[in-house]
Design a protein around this ligand. Structure first.
Ligand code: AMP
Ligand code: TRP
Length: 332
């Protein structure tokens, strides 16, 4: 059986990087896989979240998934803290993963910054919880953006070590699915930094809740260079901001970067930005309308998450039992 698990943190507004790098791919995978999509609120609290905002963002991210086309009846959509098995398996994995493995995680180094001593223990152990999310359901495939590749390798290492330590094939080794023209959408203000919910500059990202005027304004203000657009993507090497905008256009339209350049080669950015803004507004508009409709009905959204959590628990519980038995925990 092919089973997908993936997650998104309710740490702020969903942005175009989340949509193009992850969520849109999830929508397409629904036909071929049994899917479990999780709003990972336990991961979110590895850095401080205002309680009211955490609740609101959990609903907003869920609305974004549904509005993008995730089917919560055919598949499972829930928030992580409603299924306690995630935290339980994460503890067990804290005892499987090695300090040396976690010390290599680049995301921890980026997020903890210079004040490592002040970071939460949860931020450090974050990849173990992510491994627990995936392996709790024995998921075989994990669709994510490029930035999660290292965490997935760790999940595979944890699965392999667990199986090896207990001489039993309990967990499959999950395969990453990283595809599309936008596996790493960059900041609109700095082509060397990824678009992220935590960037203090609102102009750096397009939020899924931005209205048409805001999208147009942000694209108009995006950093670019003075050269016209070339004929092939290869010639964009060293022009990070230009490459990013062309990649966004390609991903939104569902074509390659070379196809985009075949249409706009020789143009300057004033013209290209206008075309990109029109495309973004037309592709995102219908999703945003549906998101707004869903966010006005929190009772419905909460119901989807509750139903998803009950179904997720039914899948997770027997697997956690098996793990307990293999470890030798006494059950009476
Ligand atoms: P997060 O917002 O960190 O929870 O990420 C949720 C999903 O979006 C993950 O699969 C990430 O890899 C993906 N993602 C986040 N930021 C970007 C980005 N700038 N470009 C592409 N994918 C991204
Ligand atoms: N760490 C992921 C991110 O920030 C979110 C996540 C948590 C996840 N658990 C997961 C992704 C399990 C895939 C599978 O993007």
């Amino acid at each position: 059986m092919k089973r997908i698990f993936s997650g998104v943190q309710p740490t702020g507004n969903l942005h175009l990087g989340n949509y193009l790098g992850a969520i849109r791919n999830w929508v397409h995978l629904q036909d071929d896989f049994e899917c479990i999509f999780c709003v990972v609120d336990l991961h979110a609290i590895t850095v401080w979240q205002e309680p009211g905002e955490l609740t609101a963002h959990t609903r907003e991210v869920t609305a974004g998934l549904l509005a993008s086309g995730i089917d919560p009846e055919k598949h499972i959509v829930f928030n992580q803290s409603q299924v306690s098995c995630h935290a339980e398996l994460a503890w067990i994995f804290n005892c499987v993963a090695r300090l040396g493995w976690l010390n290599r995680m680049t995301q921890f180094k980026e997020k903890a910054g210079k004040h490592k001593e002040n970071a939460s223990v949860g931020l450090y152990a974050y990849p173990n919880l992510m491994a627990a999310d995936i392996l709790l359901y024995k998921a075989t495939h994990v669709p994510v953006g490029e930035d999660q590749k290292q965490h997935l390798e760790l999940a595979r290492d944890i699965a392999a070590k667990f199986n090896n330590d207990f001489s039993k094939d309990v967990f499959p080794l999950p395969e990453p699915l990283i595809f599309g023209e936008a596996t790493r959408v960059m900041s609109l203000k700095d082509g060397t930094k990824k678009m992220s919910k935590s960037d203090p500059s609102e102009l750096s990202r397009i939020n899924m809740t931005d209205d048409a005027d805001t999208i147009v304004k942000k694209i108009r203000k995006a950093r670019t260079d003075a050269e016209p657009l070339p004929e092939t993507a290869k010639e964009l090497e060293g022009r990070a901001e230009a490459l990013n905008l062309v990649g966004i256009y390609a991903a939104l339209e569902g074509i390659t970067a070379d196809d985009v350049l075949a249409k706009v080669a020789g143009e300057g950015f004033a013209v290209f930005k206008q075309q990109l803004a029109d495309l973004a507004v037309s592709k995102l508009g219908p999703i945003q309308d549906e998101m707004r409709r869903l966010m006005a009905d929190p009772g419905y959204v909460d119901g989807v998450l509750k139903d998803g959590a009950l179904r997720a628990y039914d899948l997770a519980q027997p697997n956690l039992e098996e793990v307990h038995e293999v470890i030798g925990f006494l059950r009476s």
